[in-house]
Structures are given as structure tokens and as C-alpha cells.
Ligand binder design. Structure first.
Ligand code: IPD
Ligand code: CA
Ligand code: CA
Length: 255
């Protein structure tokens, strides 16, 4: 079975569903103080899980997450950017990774409203709608446009989050907070962003995106500049060229 084709088909199917419901009144619930889940998150996960089940590989999805399966498994964020979706801000994506030994070997992120399908396979490069991706060549923070996100737990340690944001705002050309970590990483992979940092993400937020960045020639570490895997709670991704300039800032704000 072609697992890449299967993951792409599942992401596209979830995207169709998300487009279909985008203008309709939908049910929105609170999972935490500011953490939302919509009926479309749940429907998307059910659809993706159903399609991926053809592979007979277990699935760990955000909304039904229990324990991590052993061995090879699919790691799924059915709709990254739920707050955006609930507010009709057209910036969200299903994100699907195939994990082996806690690392992504295949990743698909679908920018639904722009119909942009990003994918990567370990050792085979990263692509956007079939075109090979390369990270940007910006080599200095002052010329860089960065992305970040604010965690749902921001109430617990706002100073660390705001501190990093402030430092990068002063040093970089610009900072964006669009609200979907999987897309932030896809955008680093395709060179639209030069770097990205965020604390307290979950494995399904970053698994597919980090493979995109690495396969497009970028670098992914934690805030200390050390090897990252999606089970850590601080991530720094960049085109590689500005990484060393970013680490001294992120290392001050490890959550
Ligand atoms: C969230 C988005 C957001 C990030 C949050 C994530 P969700 O995922 O990726 O950009 O800042 O920390 O939890 O809840 O929309 O799937
Ligand atoms: Ca997410
Ligand atoms: Ca989600």
C-alpha cells in the first residue's frame, strides 16, 4: 500500500469536510479555559481515522488520544487551528504524520483554504503541490520574518511567552502569529517564514511539520539548540542560517 498516497487522500478528504462546514453554524465546546473543540474537529478525526484504517496501522489522534501505540503509528491533528476555525479565520490544516521510533517518516499538512498540499518523506524531500521545497536563504535575524504561537496554558507562565515574543519583535524584521503551528512549520519549509518557535505544543502539532522543514533543508531543535522530537515541549525551527542567532533568545525562555 502507498502510505503517502493514503495520507494525502485523508488530508484532502478532511479538508473538503472543513471547507463544507466553514460557513455553517457549528457546535463549539471548551476543552479547557481557552482550548476549543468543534464538531468539525471531531468529524475530521473520525474521517481521517477511517481512511487510514485501510493501512492497518494504529492511529493516535488529538481528539481521541489515549496512549501512544508501540511501533509504527499514525499521529494526527485533524484540524490544526481550531480557534481560527471557530472564528471563521481561514487559516487551518489537517496534519498527518507516520511515526517510527518516535520520529516522523512521512508527513502531510493541507492548507485547506489555499488548496496547498505539503508533504515530505524522510530522505525523499519536501513538496508543495508537487513542487520541491527549499527553505529560505535569509541569513540574518534582522531580515527574517518569524512565526510563533501562544500556548493554551499561557495564563500559567505569560512572562516567558511574552519575553520571547518581545525579544524577537525587536530583533527580527517581523513576527507573525497566524494560529496553526503545522502551517507555521510548512511555511518555514517553503521559505515564506525564516524561523518559528513555540512552547508547549503537542506531538500532533509538530510531527508532520518538522519533517517538512528538515526535508526542505532547514533545522529543527528545542529552545536549547538540542535535538528535538515531537514529545518535547519547546521547539525552534528555522532555515538553519538564522538558528544560531535564535538560540540565545529561546534558551532564556524554556517553559
Ligand atoms: C493549536 C495551534 C496553535 C498553537 C496552539 C496549538 P489546535 O492547535 O497549532 O497555532 O499556538 O498551541 O495547540 O488546538 O488548533 O489544534
Ligand atoms: Ca494543533
Ligand atoms: Ca487540533
Amino acid at each position: 500500500m502507498n502510505l503517502l498516497a493514503l495520507a494525502k487522500a485523508a488530508a484532502l478528504a478532511a479538508g473538503r469536510l472543513q471547507r463544507e462546514y466553514f460557513d455553517r453554524p457549528i457546535e463549539v465546546r471548551h476543552k479547557g479555559e481557552i482550548d476549543l473543540v468543534t464538531e468539525v474537529d471531531l468529524k475530521s478525526e473520525a474521517l481521517i481515522v477511517d481512511l487510514l484504517s485501510a493501512s492497518k496501522i494504529p492511529v493516535l489522534g488529538e481528539e481521541k488520544a489515549k496512549t501512544e501505540p508501540s511501533g509504527r503509528y499514525w499521529l494526527v491533528d485533524p484540524l490544526d487551528g481550531t480557534t481560527n476555525y471557530a472564528h471563521r479565520f481561514p487559516w487551518f490544516a489537517p496534519s498527518i504524520a507516520l511515526m517510527e521510533d518516535k520520529k516522523p517518516v512521512l508527513g502531510v499538512v493541507y492548507h485547506v483554504m489555499l488548496d496547498e498540499l505539503f508533504w515530505a518523506e524522510r530522505g525523499k524531500g519536501a513538496f508543495l503541490n508537487g513542487k520541491a521545497l527549499k527553505v529560505s536563504r535569509v541569513s540574518s535575524l534582522k531580515d527574517a520574518v518569524l512565526a510563533t504561537g501562544f500556548p493554551y496554558g499561557i495564563h500559567e507562565q505569560p512572562d516567558k511567552v511574552v519575553g520571547a515574543f518581545r525579544d524577537f519583535l525587536i530583533k527580527a524584521q517581523g513576527v507573525r502569529r497566524a494560529g496553526a503551528a503545522a502551517l507555521d512549520l510548512a511555511y518555514v519549509a517553503c521559505g515564506r517564514f525564516d524561523g518559528f518557535w513555540e512552547p508547549l505544543l503537542k506531538p500532533w502539532d509538530t510531527a508532520a511539520g518538522i519533517l517538512l522543514v528538515e526535508e526542505a533543508g532547514g533545522r529543527v531543535t528545542n529552545y536549547l539548540g538540542e535535538a528535538y522530537d515531537p514529545f518535547q515541549n519547546h521547539i525552534l525551527a528555522s532555515n538553519g542560517l538564522i538558528h544560531e542567532e535564535m538560540v540565545p533568545i529561546t534558551r532564556k525562555y524554556v517553559p
